[in-house]
Design a protein around this ligand. Structure first.
Ligand code: DGJ
Length: 398
């Protein structure tokens, strides 16, 4: 082989390699660009207008005058981030995909005597607009500083503007000394006896499903019922309902709020006593109310659940797990809700009837790194279906 031929072969080989490398890079760049064109990339970092990962965990979305407002827990780095050190963050958007940082809607307090002092726990904030008063009302789950999750209270704050600032009004345990609408005669009699510290006759006890759970209800009857994971839902007639995990997270309560949305009315029902539901989210679609929940396993994911009802106060019927598919990022499918936990069912105001299911992937060791899973909801034969998608666009509904 001549020297010239050898040189020619080397140059030819290098050219082939370069062509291969460049075409691979081109394909990758194209793939990346098409991924970035997708509106939603569940589980991935989600940048706001400043290029910062959105900090609105356990959130909910309000629509008002053509704008969406995403409220959520502002987390800080590390496990300390599971406590409220800043407050409730709000972002605004007109298209659900690009979000503008609109600041801290509700700030924690520096006053050690305030229920929302820095270091308390403020979770799952939800904001609704009251047409009668013209006020924006924020409800959230509150745990008092230094008490772990023992306080199990709900807090409320108001503002004249969607983005705040919100003024904290009070925290409480709802519906003290009030029986739910759906309590049976036997249950009421049993609670009455338990309140007097009396034993239940065997004939009565045997008539009650879940007596152990009813005992928790009776324990809190006088002081007010526990209220942890929660959502607020405004119905077609503008009546608002708070749905929260009560009775040591064993039972959900659906509770009608006053006309100004600032108090509980004492009108409420118990939903699936002993069902151990958390993370409630409500939707109304073609004559039926749907409830998306999780089971109970702290920050760790578990299978999602769904319920359906003709009336918001129930009775609610449990259906099967609405989720399908596998999140390739963590290999979690329906048995772990793709690694997430529900937080809200968002209805598009411009396309009523189209819902997005919102979930959180919690990162309790570095709370600020928590991720979001937003997926379209399909309603079929009176049930919700939520299929995993690596990326998707709003026209996926059409
Ligand atoms: C699960 C709840 O859904 C979250 O909001 C939070 O309260 C964690 N438990 C705390 O462990």
């Amino acid at each position: 082989m001549t020297k010239m031929f050898r040189q020619y072969r080397i140059v030819a080989n290098i050219s082939v390699i370069l062509v291969f490398v460049f075409s691979t890079l081109l394909v990758k760049a194209k793939e990346q660009a098409s991924k970035q064109k997708a509106d939603f990339n569940p589980g991935k970092i989600w940048h706001d207008n400043n290029g910062v990962h959105i900090n609105a965990h356990g959130g909910g979305v309000l629509h008002h005058k053509g704008q969406y407002y995403w409220f959520g827990e502002h987390k800080i780095a590390g496990s300390e981030g599971n406590k409220a050190h800043v407050g409730v963050h709000v972002y605004s958007s007109s298209n659900l995909t690009s979000w503008k940082d609109a600041g801290i809607a509700l700030k924690v307090s520096d006053d050690p005597s305030s229920d929302i002092v820095k270091g308390s726990v403020i979770e799952r904030p939800k904001v609704v607009y009251n047409k009668q008063t013209g006020k924006f009302v924020m409800w959230f789950h509150l745990e008092l500083k230094g008490q772990g999750y023992k306080a199990a209270r709900t807090g409320v704050a108001v503002s004249d503007k969607p983005t705040g600032p919100y003024l904290f009004i009070k925290s409480l345990r709802p519906n003290a000394k009030t029986y739910p609408m759906n309590i049976s005669k036997a249950e009421k009699q049993a609670v009455g006896l338990l309140l007097k510290g009396q034993e239940l006759p065997e004939t009565l006890a045997s008539n009650i499903d879940n007596l152990a759970v009813l005992k928790v209800f009776a324990r809190d009857f006088s002081g007010g019922q526990m209220a942890r994971d929660m959502t607020v839902y405004v119905d077609k007639d503008d009546k608002a309902y708070q749905v929260y995990s009560s009775e040591e997270n064993l039972t959900l309560h659906v509770s009608l709020l006053s006309d100004d949305y600032l108090s509980h009315t004492g009108i409420y029902t118990r939903l699936h006593p002993g069902g151990r539901n958390e993370a409630p989210a409500v939707a109304y679609h073609q004559g039926k109310y749907y409830l998306l929940t999780s089971g109970l396993s702290g920050w760790r994911p578990n299978p999602a659940r769904q319920y359906v009802a003709e009336q918001i106060m129930g009775p609610w019927k449990k259906l099967s797990n609405p989720t399908t598919g596998v999140n390739a990022q963590n290999n979690f499918g329906p048995e772990k809700t793709f690694g997430g936990q529900s937080t809200f069912l968002l209805e598009r105001y411009d396309q009523p009837g189209q819902f997005i299911a919102m979930f959180d992937i919690w990162r309790p060791k570095n709370a600020i790194d928590g991720r979001y899973i937003w997926l379209p909801v399909e309603f079929k034969n009176g049930a919700m279906f939520i299929k995993w998608q690596e990326n998707w666009q709003l026209n996926a509904f059409e």
